[in-house]
Design a protein around this ligand. Structure first.
Ligand SMILES: Nc1ncnc2c1ncn2[C@@H]1O[C@H](COP(=O)(O)OP(=O)(O)OP(=O)(O)O)[C@@H](O)[C@H]1O
Ligand SMILES: [Mg+2]
Length: 338
């Protein structure tokens, strides 16, 4: 089953062709970073306009890279939410037009399901990945979410924890801004932290040991801010140590709660997903710490961590009829819940 995936929920315009939810024949992405950078964050109006300008080109490119045409497709998968309404509507309108004109089935995909199913993807020509075996715990950690999910079956999900304030990716972006590292901040902190000492400063681990599976990152972000206000010189001569110590606090909190959930629920597998899953320290720490409890950790290849359309096609394949809608009924759902 060959699905065209379309993703425009935030600031990346993406299209991909995926076979049987596992093999990405193509995965094309047009980043808007350069248009948002000067504002230090995503400007919704700019994002939706850029999607409208770029999406047709990105879809054509995804088909060409996959070596197929619109006639070879078996369906269209599109992100309907959660996300920015003005951004979502561009992808949904394109999917609807394609489904109508080609008489193809259409799948309304939850962006967060997409992040989870990124764990099932490999590029064409590569060894297929061994997907996590349900039941397992999935940590979806991105720019807008930090959700802990009990995946009881591939298409049965139960939210067992989430952030009570900022998402981890948001904290990365805000702390990067405090350090003058630009946008998006996650990759910049990841790089800078490699030269720093993660034990240099003791920043707080929100909600540590509270017995819940929830997270909190706003206190950590504020602690970094107060620290930099009190020690302005640290922005210059200790930036790498601040980045590494901040990152260590985030990684510690994420690992503690995720491994704690897997242990308490008696689950032998953990899957990582979302943009922050690209973080090198998180990937290493989660794998190492979980291994000491005999828990296997699955994580997507880097290209499938941050927003992409291959994960949307994968989610549509695995959700099947539960995601399928009549093209006339396709709607954006900015608050689409798990
Ligand atoms: N290497 C990295 N280390 C830490 N954070 C990272 C890294 N790479 C990306 N990020 C962060 O991931 C986030 C983007 O992830 P993603 O594209 O999944 O989020 P989003 O789609 O904006 O949000 P959501 O999926 O919740 O709607 C940003 O906050 C970015 O800073
Ligand atoms: Mg995302």
């Amino acid at each position: 089953m060959r699905l065209l995936g379309i993703e425009t929920s935030c600031d990346d315009t993406a299209a991909a062709v995926v076979v049987d939810g596992r093999t990405a024949l193509s995965n094309v992405l047009a980043s808007q970073d350069e248009f948002h950078r000067e504002y230090g964050g995503i400007v919704p109006e700019i994002a939706s306009r850029k999607h409208a300008e770029t999406l047709n080109f990105v879809i054509r490119h995804a088909l060409a890279a996959a070596g197929c045409s619109l006639r070879d497709l078996d369906g269209i998968a599109v992100t309907c939410g959660p996300g920015l309404p003005g951004s979502l509507v561009v992808g949904v309108a394109a999917a609807q037009a394609l489904a109508w004109s080609l008489d193809l089935p259409v799948y309304a995909v939850n962006h967060l399901h997409g992040h989870l199913f990124a764990n099932y993807l490999a590029p064409a020509g590569a060894e297929p990945v061994q997907p996590p075996q349900a039941p397992f715990v999935c940590l979806v950690v991105s720019g807008g979410h930090t959700d802990l999910i009990h995946v009881e079956a591939p298409d049965r999900h139960r939210v067992i924890g989430r952030t009570v304030d900022d998402a981890a990716g948001e904290a990365f972006d805000k702390v990067a801004r405090l350090l003058g590292l630009g946008f998006p901040g996650g990759p910049a902190i990841d790089r800078l932290a490699r030269q720093g000492n993660p034990h240099a400063f003791d920043f707080p681990r929100g909600l540590a040991g509270d017995g819940s599976f929830n997270f909190s990152f706003s206190g950590l972000k504020t602690a970094v801010r107060y620290f930099l206000d009190a020690h302005p010189e640290a922005r210059v001569d200790r930036a790498a140590d601040v980045a590494a110590s901040f990152q260590a606090a985030v990684v510690d909190a994420l690992c503690e709660k995720t491994i704690g959930a897997a242990r308490r629920l008696g689950l032998r597998g953990i899957a990582l997903a979302g943009g922050v899953a690209a973080n090198a320290a998180l990937r290493r720490e989660l794998r190492d710490r979980a291994a000491s409890y005999g828990i296997a950790v699955h994580m997507p290849a880097l290209a499938y961590c941050t927003d992409n359309a291959a994960m949307i096609a994968a989610a549509a394949y695995y959700r099947g009829d539960r995601a399928r809608v009549r093209p006339d009924d396709l709607r954006v759902d900015p608050n689409f819940a798990w």
